[in-house]
Design a protein around this ligand. Structure first.
Ligand SMILES: Cc1cc2nc3c(=O)[nH]c(=O)nc-3n(C[C@H](O)[C@H](O)[C@H](O)COP(=O)(O)O)c2cc1C
Ligand code: SF4
Ligand code: SF4
Length: 358
């Protein structure tokens, strides 16, 4: 007899890995006699999540920057009070394969952070796991060949099934303590990723001259983060809502989405201009005591709005420049992503993923 009356699984998935794992879990739940529904987390209002002591809630997501993507953190924080509802968390992570060697990814604090939020909200957390799926970070490295991707996915399935079977049988299953310890040690990097990195990465994307303006990237972005600008020749413009999930890059039919590596170098120097320092020098002339903030955290707080504003302004200019085919070609041929293979979970089409999971 099933331990739970019903199960609802919520997924944030850029390129289909986390969705695949959620579907495996739903299949196992069906076998265990517990009907499970898989929904897109980005299309669910947190308050609509069904709670109750015989319900099982599962959250599935990728790891970003050794922690959970901001979207999931804010979603979990807005979920209703758990009142004993059972829950578990799965973070997929960057499994890799070199020759015959399979290497695990590192989910760090991703799954336990979300589990902690759920526990604080009164959920009965039944388990936490990290599952190695093929790394999808194709802004950083070439995607795996289909053969290698399938090999990594083939190894992930028994691990995922074993984990979900334990949960469905009413047992607790907490995995990944070593990753958690490493994640805590790397917490400053994760914080840097959430505060700076994800905004910076969003503003590296551009469409090269192969873009035909079809708008698929904007239509299917889970975060509504792309705007198509230009009436005659629409081209995607990436906003700060981008979570670098890699869907637009993985599914663009023309492989036109690039992460500008040469542009990243320019962006780094623009955003590193010591604005707070200039401001302080100015303040010292007019404000006695202003000197006291030199070298304190207040400098970082003052610098942060400059970081965001200068990044947004530089990107707006970059976007306009990349509309000029010759300039576009310069940036396209000075990024490694132009040569990288794209990645998405081999059996997951964009229609299945879309904004609403079908
Ligand atoms: C921006 C970004 C950051 C990532 N950071 C990590 C990480 O810190 N550790 C890790 O193991 N995998 C990391 N990955 C890999 C993904 O978590 C992994 O491939 C995941 O399975 C993708 O799932 P999805 O297709 O459902 O989005 C990262 C991927 C991206 C795009
Ligand atoms: S970047 Fe790709 S998906 Fe987006 S509009 Fe251009 S061709 Fe279409
Ligand atoms: S813009 Fe692209 S990478 Fe960013 S969230 Fe949307 S689909 Fe993902």
């Amino acid at each position: 007899m099933a331990v739970y009356g019903g199960a609802s699984f919520y997924v944030f998935s850029g390129t289909g890995n986390s969705l695949r794992v959620a579907r495996w879990a739903a299949a196992r739940a069906g076998i265990a006699g517990c009907a499970a529904r898989v929904s897109s987390l980005t299309d669910t209002r947190p308050r609509d999540i069904p709670t109750g002591p015989d319900s099982l809630i599962g959250l599935f997501m990728p790891t970003h920057g050794f922690t959970a993507p901001f979207k999931i953190i804010s979603f979990a924080a807005r979920m209703p009070r758990g009142r004993g509802t059972h829950a578990f968390v799965v973070a997929t992570r960057a499994g890799t394969k070199f020759g015959k060697l399979f290497l695990p990814g590192m989910e760090g604090t991703a799954a336990y952070l979300i589990a902690a939020i759920l526990a604080l909200k009164g959920y009965s957390v039944r388990g936490v796991a990290g599952i190695d799926m093929p790394s999808n970070w194709t802004a950083l490295h070439p995607g795996f060949s289909e053969k290698n991707a399938r090999a990594i996915i083939g190894r992930a399935r028994p691990k995922a099934d074993g984990f979900i079977d334990s949960i469905l049988a009413g047992r607790r299953a907490f995995r990944g303590f070593v990753c958690l310890a490493l994640g805590i040690a790397l917490a400053p990097i994760s914080a840097g990723y959430l505060i700076y990195g994800r905004f910076m990465l969003a503003k590296l994307f551009f469409a090269d001259n192969r873009c035909n303006g079809c708008g698929i990237c904007a239509r299917d972005c889970p975060n509504h983060a792309i705007r198509m600008l230009g009436k005659k020749r629409p081209r995607p413009y990436w906003t700060f809502s981008c979570e670098s999930c890699m869907r637009c890059m993985g599914y663009c039919p023309e492989a036109a989405v690039q992460a500008g590596h040469s542009w990243a170098v320019i962006v780094y120097f623009i955003t590193a201009i010591p604005f707070a320092q200039y401001l302080l020098n100015l303040m010292v002339t007019y404000l006695t005591g202003a000197q006291a903030i030199r070298g304190t955290w207040a400098m970082t707080v003052i610098q942060y709005p400059f970081f965001l504003v200068s990044l947004a302004a530089a990107y707006a200019l970059f976007y306009l420049l990349t509309r000029i085919p010759a300039v576009n070609a310069v940036f396209a041929y000075t990024t490694l992503t132009r040569a990288y293979r794209r990645y998405h979970e081999p059996d997951t089409g964009i229609k299945e993923l879309g904004r609403k999971i079908k």
